[in-house]
Design a protein around this ligand. Structure first.
Ligand code: PEP
Length: 249
């Protein structure tokens, strides 16, 4: 299975979300079997997006609480996301890990909350520039993945390799970096989940654009992409989906 997922981050009003969703739906090509496309609007625009979203486009969220309900001001739970029409949810994005103190332990609990309620987690992992320069990329990727999955049983999951230095910088990793990082993650999935780990789609994310995406599907060994900036432009988003649709895995 392959996925192209747009993370709109903290951008836009409800009207803009409706307009972008309609434009994306008009621009999307017919999807080949096994290729999925989703958008993850901010919480405030989930409802507006759901009003206009139709298949094949799917709806996701950008974060979730590890609790199901209660006195957790500002948090949104997995049952609430389901109620809003979400089928998937990003977890452990580097912006949350770096700017908002999200720990490996919190990420692991959020995964479990999503699984409890039948939502598909999109687990983000990736090394910082300093870690890369210290030659610690493989160790960091393995540690983040194993910490998130420790003690878990095989379940529906997407993993996104997102080198922190490539996110929002306009400087994507090389396809070879993607292949190496995804190779480490696939090995770690095999170590924890055995044969079930092999079925987990592994995506690349970090400054993917319509102009640079094609090598990620081939040399980059990516089962799709997590898009930030490019997903705010419906035409660019659709062009990336078209590129993925042209590749037969
Ligand atoms: C992201 O934030 O997950 C991301 C991939 O962003 P961008 O595409 O803008 O680098």
């Amino acid at each position: 299975m392959r996925w192209i997922i747009g993370n709109w981050k903290m951008n836009g009003t409800r009207a803009e979300a409706r307009q972008r969703t309609r434009e994306l739906l008009r621009a999307l090509p017919p999807l080949p079997e096994g290729l999925h496309v989703a958008v993850c609007p901010p919480y405030t625009s989930l409802g507006a997006t759901a009003e206009v979203l139709t298949p094949p486009l799917e709806l996701g969220a950008q974060d979730v609480s590890w609790q199901d309900s209660g006195a957790f001001t500002g948090e949104v739970s997995a049952p609430m996301l389901r109620d809003a029409g979400c089928g998937l949810c990003v977890v452990g994005h580097s912006e949350r890990r770096q700017l908002l103190g999200e720990s490996d332990g919190m990420v692991a609990q959020k995964l479990r909350a999503l699984w409890r309620h039948g939502l598909l987690p999109v687990l983000c992992v990736g090394e910082t520039l300093a870690e890369r320069e210290q030659g610690r990329t493989e160790e960091v990727l393995r540690m983040q993945l194993l910490a998130a999955l420790e003690g878990s049983s095989p379940a529906d999951l997407l993993v996104a390799y997102e080198p922190v230095w490539a996110i929002g910088t306009g400087r994507p990793a090389h396809a070879a970096d993607s292949a190496r990082g995804l190779g480490v993650l696939r090995q770690a999935l095999d170590a924890v989940w055995g044969a079930d780990g092999a079925g987990v789609p592994c995506l690349y994310g970090g400054s993917v654009s319509a102009a640079n995406c094609a090598p990620f599907w081939t040399e980059g060994r990516a089962d799709g992409a997590l898009l930030g900036g490019a997903s705010l432009d419906a035409q660019a988003f659709a062009a990336i989906v078209r590129s993925a649709a042209e590749v037969r895995p």
